[in-house]
Design a protein around this ligand. Sequence first.
Ligand SMILES: CC(C)(COP(=O)(O)OP(=O)(O)OC[C@H]1O[C@@H](n2cnc3c(N)ncnc32)[C@H](O)[C@@H]1OP(=O)(O)O)[C@@H](O)C(=O)NCCC(=O)NCCS
Length: 142
Amino acid sequence: MRTKKVFSHGKTLDARLYELVQIMDKNIFFGCANEFKVNREWWVILNDANKIIAYCGSIYTEGICIYIRAWVRKDNRGKGLQKKLINIRYKAALKNSHTVITYTTKDNYPSANNLISQGFKLYFPEYAYGGKEMLYWIKNIG
Ligand SMILES: CC(C)(COP(=O)(O)OP(=O)(O)OC[C@H]1O[C@@H](n2cnc3c(N)ncnc32)[C@H](O)[C@@H]1OP(=O)(O)O)[C@@H](O)C(=O)NCCC(=O)NCCS
């Protein structure tokens, strides 16, 4: 198993995997906004057969890092991969951000538990950018 960054701030680092993530994301997060824009980073976790078993992304804007998407293939769930995705993004955010934020649906207990275990706290955003029905999470850097 290995982690690979496939896109970083407008630069495609692995064209095949980046394209694959976009195709997968359209199906997995069907109907959600297109998040494949310039001010983003995307990572994948590959298994030993080089298949994508997890992926995630971050948006960077004005010193804030926003986690977008996190997906772990069903047969790999419950093994700490989402925690790994949370920490990969946190490490990257250390370089240019003072705060990390994200949101989850209210019934996503695994994500909530993973975020809490990695030091995130619930907060009320001034603007509920993901919708009023979401839970919002924050972790300050430094
Ligand atoms: C959400 C998701 C990324 C979690 O991936 P994962 O790495 O397999 O996470 P786990 O299943 O190991 O669960 C994480 C934690 O939540 C706990 N948990 C799992 N199911 C739970 C439930 N139904 N109720 C309460 N806690 C639960 C686990 O015990 C674990 O905590 P622990 O490590 O302290 O034991 C994965 O289920 C997924 O890809 N879902 C579909 C896409 C999605 O919802 N993405 C998130 C968008 S925010």
